[in-house]
Each structure stands twice: as C-alpha cells, then as structure tokens.
Design a protein around this ligand. Sequence first.
Ligand code: SAM
Length: 258
Amino acid sequence: MLSYQHIFHAGNLADVHKHALLCVMLQYLTAKPKPLSYIETHAGRGLYFLDAPEALKTGEAAGGISAVRDWFDIDHPYRRALTQVSATHGEAAYPGSPMLARYLLRDIDRLHLAELHPGENAALTRAMARQAKVHLQDGFDMAHAICPPDPRRGVLLIDPSYEIKSDYDRIPGIIAKLHRKWNVGVIALWYPVLSSAAHDGMIDSLTALNLPKVLHSQVRFPPARDGHRMVGSGLFVVNAPYGLEAEAKRLSGLFKTL
Ligand code: SAM
C-alpha cells in the first residue's frame, strides 16, 4: 500500500535542493535546439498548494522555499518557474518536478511520468493537461520499457519515497541496467540523507559502478522536527550536464549557512 503523500513535504529543503538542480539541468539541455525526453519514475501530483492543511500541518515549506527563495536570482530557472507557477495558479502554488519540467521544456520535448498512487495520478493528469504522457504504472517498469527513449537526448529523474526499504538495495542495479540501454541519458537519483545512514550502502554501490560524468551533490540541513530522521538531501547524477557542478557547489555553500 502506498501511504506517502508529497503534499506533507512539498517545498521543503530537500525539494529546494532537488528542484533547483533539476531546473539547472533542464536549462542547459534546452539551450540546444534539439528535442529531448523528460522521464520521471515517481512523479507525485505535479502541483501543490502550500496553504493546504497537510502542508500547514508539517510547516516544511515555511522552513524551505519560503525561507530561502532569495538564494535564487530572478533569472535562475527554478525561480523563473516558481514565478510563472505563482502567476498562473496563485501565490500558494508550488510546482512539483513534473510541473517544473513542463515550464522549462518546449513543445518539441516529450514527457513521460509514472505515478502509481491512483489519487496522485489523477491529480497529476489534471495538472499536466495534455502536455505529458502520464502512466499509472510502476515507475521502474515504465523506465525499462521506454529507455532508450525517443528523442534520445534527455533526463530521467528517479525520486522514490523509499517506503519500500529494498529500494536502497535494488536501485544501483536498476540504474546500471538503464545506463547500459541508454548510455547518453542523464540519470538523476534523489535520496534522503538519513541520521541512520541507511542510504550509505546504495551510494557506495552506485559509486563502484564507475558510471560516466557523475556529479554527486549532498547537502545537510537541520531536521524539520525534533527526531526527524531526514537530515539532508542527495542527488546522484550520471552524465551530468555542464554547469551542474558549479550550481551544486553554490548550493552546498548556502545550505551550510542554515
Ligand atoms: N518527484 C516529485 C517531486 O519532486 O515533485 C515527488 C515524488 S514523491 C517523493 C514519490 C511519489 O512516488 C509519490 O507520489 C508516490 O505515490 C509515488 N510512488 C510510490 N511508489 C511508486 C512506484 N512503484 N511507481 C510509481 N510511483 C510510485
């Protein structure tokens, strides 16, 4: 049973880290006129409202994007997408990763999004209108079926909720297989940095694969609540686009000020 709902966490510091780096990758890849594929294995509902009771209950966005918006100049691609989403959906709206992609991609690009929770999938389908193919399917199954995608250039974001603890063990093998099938694809994996260090073995296995052009960005921040196990955010990127390393370094410095 899927119980995780991203509305409780939308716009928190982990989202800021993941979404800012995602936007920088998309900005770089869309600078060339060639079309690209954007694929997400765990898409969520795409559009969140930070005045919803679930978001207010945790208050994570208040300590997240609401507190650090000025880390991003008005021409930063993350800030540009946030501004456009506010203008369209109101000040309380916060874009999930599929919606950020929708705002930064072009008509020539293709989006494939998997979301297995029926309610979240229905909301995602409404939020994305006809601009994306939304799959009610396990995200890893979808990625294996689609890769290598058409167009061949592109990004795959893997952002599981890690409700299934075996995800930590099987993800390195999944990424190795996807990279073998799609060696030019940018593959980005998000993971929580946990006080228990449960993520460490997965990162060791990923590092041992010696995949090309790896950018591994890990930041730490104060837990959202006393005793909360997530104490940071990580993004492991294969075939990292130019410019990502500089943004990762900049963010790393900013997170240290929290
Ligand atoms: N990527 C989103 C963003 O940044 O806006 C957040 C995604 S949230 C962390 C993870 C989502 O994966 C949840 O909405 C959950 O319902 C969904 N999910 C869980 N298991 C799944 C699976 N096997 N396949 C596809 N989606 C799944």
